[in-house]
Design a protein around this ligand. Structure first.
Ligand code: 4AZ
Length: 313
């Protein structure tokens, strides 16, 4: 009996350490808002037809600055990588690029900047059709992930019917009649994903790597300056986790009736992202339909708890 008790305490310490490790790796799991804020809390108008967004609702959203002024949006994939659109970086020197993160207010004085080490444009980016409009930015130093800097999840699911509650965010223009008016506070707008054949009918130059989204009432859309930002949705049966389904890419104007916005379809590029990031020595591993990281699956964590319960009983 005594020997068993001694063994139990010998076993407990490594178990507690294992669980501690599991939880710290779960802490900044992708696509989770840590604030518990809902997406529906403000009514002020402003993207096109949107409302001000709090960074705690969209903690993956970053701004990409060129020579100190806002260029495009982007999203955090992990502490090293930001995802954006290729067309943002035409004739841009990456030494002049900076990422701002952890804030929804561009006018904040103590805003955190991060330098870009390397820029990877898709090799088949077509600057006329805007096909393959996707880019990866490798940061010079890793981001400190925190409650307002959380990676977005990605998913291989290419079926648009899998998604609900989709939102797009950005610091792009809010008024099409005066494109100099750029907001300092991040804007959000709710959009619906449309069937590809309907989009192709409305916008004839659409490729299979694009998807389109809009709002039932015109006047709600992404616009110039929002490019590169994330279109994020929930899965039908999991409202707690956010996935990046699209990247703001182009459109025929903004917020016009029957002219939805066009987005790069992220699920078409997960292999490219995996390959590029591995080649650069900072591999991005996307979670395959699970809220738990690969090393510690949810089942493994539950099992560890069960063993601990038996040992302390
Ligand atoms: C742009 O020029 C742009 N309405 C982005 C999105 C849309 C239109 C233009 C979609 O960056």
């Amino acid at each position: 009996m005594k020997r068993w008790k001694g063994r139990r305490t010998d076993l407990l310490l490594p178990l507690v350490l294992l669980l501690f490790g599991a939880h710290s790796s779960l802490a900044w799991v992708c696509g989770r808002q840590m604030s518990g804020r809902s997406q529906e809390h403000s009514n002020a108008s402003a993207i096109i037809g949107g409302k001000p967004a709090n960074i705690l609702e969209f903690p993956w959203h970053v701004g990409i600055m060129n020579h100190g002024s806002h260029l495009c949006g982007g999203s955090i994939l992990n502490e090293w990588w930001v995802l954006s659109a290729s067309h943002c970086f035409d004739q841009v020197e990456n030494s002049k690029l900076e990422i701002i993160h952890g804030t929804d207010d561009l006018s904040t004085k103590s805003i955190k900047h991060q330098k870009v080490d390397k820029l990877f444009l898709h090799p088949k980016f077509d600057d006329w059709l805007l096909d393959n409009d996707i880019a990866l930015l490798l940061l010079k130093s890793p981001l400190n992930l925190s409650i307002n800097r959380i990676p977005i999840c990605t998913s291989e699911d290419s079926d648009l019917k899998a998604w609900r509650n989709c939102w797009v965010t950005g610091w792009g223009v809010t008024n099409t009649s005066d494109e100099r008016v750029q907001p300092t506070s991040l804007q959000k707008v709710k959009v619906d994903l449309y069937r590809w054949d309907w989009c192709g009918y409305l916008l004839p130059l659409l490729t299979k790597n694009m998807l389109c989204a809009g709002a039932p009432d015109p006047g709600k859309d992404a616009c110039q300056g929002d490019s590169g930002g994330a279109l994020v949705c929930n899965k039908k049966r999991n409202t707690a986790t956010w996935y990046q389904v699209g990247i703001v890419s182009w459109g025929m104007g903004c917020g016009k009736k029957n002219l939805p916005g066009v987005y790069t379809k992220v699920s078409s590029y997960l292999r490219w992202i995996t390959k590029q990031t591995a080649k650069a020595g900072r591999p991005y591993v996307y979670e395959q339909n699970s809220a738990c990281p690969l090393v510690f699956s949810c089942r493994a964590i539950l099992f560890l708890y069960f063993v601990m319960f038996l040992l302390t009983w």
